[in-house]
Design a protein around this ligand. Structure first.
Ligand code: GLU
Length: 296
């Protein structure tokens, strides 16, 4: 028997939800609901220096305005530090991870691949040391429902990577995997900007002896000038009063053939159409740019 579908949306409260993140949330919601599955919500607020006051409340409000109801309690990563700490300690004790005190400027000189400077130094524990996870020299291939397979050799392309930063903040790569495992996530549907994190995450699943979820990386929404529509570009905040029109455009951005008549319909009516009709295979591949459906 196949396991029941459990999906999730995992926003970082570093800014407001914009059209691009709405589209990613909508894809993950529709994929879960189409499968009759659950859709969980997790707030990825590990890095308090990036979290913006009130961003979480506004994200929750936007999800509500767009009718994207989640199941269960909201999980916040800031409340789960014990889980991340315990696993990091285990890896340190097993020799799978080690402390690193390399200064930032040395790392910058080395370029993108960590040369393993601290891997044999056996530094003693210190709160201001980073913790790195050892990788090995084997190709890891991410199979995605939409994207071409992506293969990375972590040893050649990245080196041992950080699971706890020098400022004590646990890395996204660590927290996302421990949480997805603990929440029983079977399907990860998220923006294609996270595709190249996936081999690192798969390495964690391997070390933890867990099977990887299915992946669907949704193409990013670009602006006319080809720039990714990111929170940093301070894209137009979503307007509750415009929710029906924006929902229609978001469905079109996901290449779903939502009928013209539903353009002014409530978000609930549009979701009631889109859920049974969800066809992720209609999504364009990552290299195509979807420009036709931007708000404006
Ligand atoms: N928190 C991440 C973000 O907002 C998403 C994590 C994920 O879906 O794996 O970009």
């Amino acid at each position: 028997m196949t396991s029941p579908y459990i999906g999730r949306f995992a926003p970082t409260p570093s800014g407001l939800l914009h059209f691009g993140s709405l589209v990613a949330a909508l894809a993950s919601y529709l994929d879960a609901r189409h499968a009759g599955g659950q859709w969980l919500l997790r707030i990825e607020d590990l890095d308090q220096t990036r979290s913006q006051p009130d961003a979480e409340r506004q994200i929750l409000q936007a999800l509500e305005d767009f009718g994207l109801e989640h199941d269960g309690e909201i999980v916040r990563q800031s409340e789960r530090l014990d889980l991340y700490r315990a696993q990091t300690e285990r890896w340190l004790a097993q020799g799978l991870a080690y402390y690193c005190d390399c200064p930032r400027r040395t790392l910058l000189q080395h370029g993108p691949v960590y040369p393993g400077t601290c891997s044999t130094r056996q530094l003693s524990p210190a709160a201001d040391h980073a913790v790195r996870l050892r990788v090995n020299d084997t190709p890891i291939t991410c199979v995605d429902r939409l994207q071409l397979p992506l293969t990375q050799n972590l040893a050649h392309e990245l080196g041992d990577f950080i699971v706890r930063r020098r400022d004590g903040v646990y890395a996204y790569q660590l927290a996302v995997v421990l949480d997805d495992i603990q929440q029983g996530i079977t399907d990860v549907v998220r923006g294609a900007d996270l595709l190249d994190s996936t081999p690192r995450q798969m390495w964690l699943y391997h070390l933890l002896n867990q099977s990887v979820p299915r992946y669907l990386h949704v193409p990013l929404i670009m602006r006319e000038d080809g720039e990714k529509l990111s929170k940093r570009l301070a894209s137009e905040p979503l307007q509750a009063a415009q929710a029906p029109q924006t929902m229609w455009r978001a469905l079109r951005a996901l290449a779903q053939p939502v009928p013209e008549e539903l353009r002014g319909a409530s978000v609930q009516q549009q979701l009631a159409w889109a859920t049974p009709h969800w066809q992720p295979q209609r999504l364009p591949s990552a290299l195509q740019i979807m420009q036709h459906s931007l708000p404006g």
